[in-house]
Design a protein around this ligand. Structure first.
Ligand code: DAH
Length: 340
């Protein structure tokens, strides 16, 4: 048996020499030390030995086994090292290859325009007010001098939650909410940007859109103040050479009321496709706050006066950037949005 053990050892070491792959190494290990391996079967045969011989042979086998283990580990390390060296030799990383481009987002054109409007009015001492998008009939209509049967309600059909709760059709209710909160302080000088909702949907109307409301209430506020502020706004927004004109109009919450046009930013007023040959483009509605609205807000209409205006943000954005279809603003197509 001694000889057999010696032979297994010698042969295994010889074979080990020749091995040059991890897989072969593993196979050899199984062949010698596996369940049915040569060394393992020798261990099993020990039962047939005499009691004196048994420990000697056992010890010998164990010695051979640990020697082989050592050799195996050394061989495995050597093979690994070789494999790594080979990979380092063969693999080349092209460091001149450009990296992956991570697309960076930016503000939506509407958010940009809203911020621009806010900046212009903040610069004139206005502050920013907000109101809820889900509004009561009272704030959206009634307190703005639009009683239940008023025909002007027809132009602002909206989404009703109950008979008295609806999605606001305009930012004008913020006028009332602000006055209620501020009374009797003067001056009231706010703009109120936000979402509004109407039962409309085509190339120039969206069921959800944005408005910016303006309100100034103080002693002695006049229509010329309104005109001066809107002229300044228009020039900041559309260019220094813009002019504005006020056209008589009607809103239930202002008296008198005026539609405000700005001289065409495309042709400068000569007449073109954008202004339909008139040289003027309508940008907002405005007027002197109706005494009844001042009273509803808690102010004494014999003491104070005010002006108000409301503009559609999508319309301003479309005019500023030459966008022809409002729906582009809501499609969220990156190819469109990237241009701003
Ligand atoms: N709320 C009006 C609308 O949605 C716009 C408007 C017109 C607001 C005149 C005003 C105003 O404050 O004075 O059509």
């Amino acid at each position: 048996m001694k000889d057999v053990i010696g032979k297994v050892k010698k042969e295994t070491l010889e074979q080990l020499e020749k091995i040059n792959g991890m897989e072969e190494l593993h196979e050899l290990k199984v062949r010698v030390m596996g369940k049915k391996g040569t060394l393992t079967s020798l261990l099993k045969q020990m039962g047939g030995l005499s009691p004196e011989e048994r420990p000697l042979m056992g010890q010998m086998i164990n010695e051979v086994r640990s020697r082989l283990e050592e050799e195996w580990d050394a061989k495995a390390k050597e093979l690994e090292k070789g494999a790594l060296a080979k990979r380092l030799q063969e693999e080349r990383i092209d460091i001149s290859l450009p990296g992956y481009y991570l697309a960076k987002g930016h503000q939506h054109p509407l958010s940009k325009v809203i911020e621009e409007i806010e900046d212009i009015f903040l610069g004139m001492g206005f502050t920013i007010a907000e109101g809820p998008e889900i509004e009561t009939d009272y704030y959206n209509f009634e307190a703005l001098n639009l009683p239940k049967d008023h025909p002007a309600r027809d132009m602002q059909d909206t989404f009703f939650i109950t008979e008295d709760i609806l999605l606001r059709t305009q930012t004008s209710p913020v006028q009332i909410r602000t006055m209620e909160k501020m009374k009797p302080q003067l001056p009231v000088k706010i703009i109120a940007p936000g979402k509004v909702f109407r039962n409309d949907d085509d190339a120039t109307h969206s069921p959800m859109f944005h408005q910016v409301e303006g309100l100034m209430v103080d002693k002695g506020v006049r229509m010329s103040d309104l005109k001066g502020i809107l002229l300044y706004f228009s020039r900041q927004m559309f260019g220094e050479s813009r002019e504005i004109r006020l056209r008589p109009s009607f809103f239930p919450f202002t008296e008198p009321s005026a539609e405000v046009d700005v001289s065409c930013m495309l042709c400068g007023g000569e007449g073109c496709r954008l202004c339909k040959g008139t040289g003027w483009i309508e940008i907002l509605g405005s007027g002197m706050v109706h005494p009844r609205v001042l009273e509803m807000g808690g102010y004494d209409s014999a003491e104070v006066t005010g002006f108000a205006f409301g503009m559609g943000v999508e319309r301003i954005a479309m005019l500023k950037y030459g966008i022809e279809d409002m729906r582009l603003l809501f499609d969220n197509d990156i190819r469109f949005l990237e241009q701003f």
